[in-house]
Design a protein around this ligand. Sequence first.
Ligand code: ATP
Ligand code: MG
Length: 363
Amino acid sequence: MNILILGNGQLGQMLAQATIRLGHECLLVNTRTHQVMPAGAHVAMQMSIADAVAWADVVSWEHEQLDPEHVQLAADKLLTDPSKILPLTHRQLEKKLCDDLEIATAPWVAFNTQTQFQDAIAQWQGKAVIKAASGGYDGKSQWRYDADNAGDITALADTAGRQPGIIEAMIPFQCEVSIVGARAADGRIQCYPLVENVHRNGILSHTFAGIQAFPEHLQQDAERAFSKITEHLGYVGTLAIEFFIVGEGSEARLLVNEIAPRVHNSGHWSMQGANISQFALHIRALTNMPFAPFVIQPTLMVNAIGVPHIPDSLWQDGESAPFWYGKEARPGRKVGHVNFHVNDRAGAEALATQWASELQILS
Ligand code: ATP
Ligand code: MG
């Protein structure tokens, strides 16, 4: 089949690689310049987006911030109704969607004006994270607040309260996890085991996959949330849900933090750690190809953030699988990742500690 991907960043490129391996063809749209490009090269083709859509059997996206013009052009070839995923690009609507589906999240309130913000924060007890309703990623457009140590509320209202957003309770989580899976065009659903994500400065630093088994009830709860959400959205493709785990043992439960209707950084481990990567799973889902039971190998994924290159030793050692995105390095910008096969938690922790500091310049 012919597949057109809206977006040609690293996620688009990794989707393109999976597409080609499955015997399909692929073109990408640079959503900033509105040009059609081949996989693997930032070179504009002499082809309009309308012609690329006509060429494609299926259109998909690497990122949910869709350009309305592209959506209109591609409407007949998108397998998920883009209007259905709009709530996932707006934190108030995303939280409301979870509330409506009775999926637990951190307690929250919405505000749309500076006055509403001031009223809400004046009544807030305890610690909070304030998040702009739209446009935030990698911890950007977020502010922390502590009612017991409130500081200058007017200054906070000038930044955090400047645009619509939410005030959300700061969750003292045990750890952060995500479920990545896919729903196929014919409704089949398959999810990877929960993986643990460690963030630094609000940015995903590393993921432990297939190393520790989470209590079975958490895997089931995560998969139930996945089915509820994807079925409600009529979603086709790979999707990720980030959760906080609160409580311990049999008392442990999940709170949804974010839903990403796309392939996700916390699924990058699957390029080495699973028989089917999240990118291949997305393409299988879109093209209604069969799924297969997952075979998982314990894997650590460490993001390269803000560094100018991945050290030679990682390219040379034969144990690790580095990916470089070909982007200019800036502090806090994801520029690559490295997957490591690991034997146990202690070994993975040691590697994560070593490489998170060597591979990450956060600010
Ligand atoms: P992404 O790049 O994953 O889209 P983001 O910038 O959109 O991230 P969030 O996932 O909401 O933002 O937050 C980033 C990180 O900040 C979380 O992974 C978590 O570590 C921390 N965080 C966010 N909200 C809370 C909360 N309510 N309680 C505790 N920590 C939080
Ligand atoms: Mg997040």
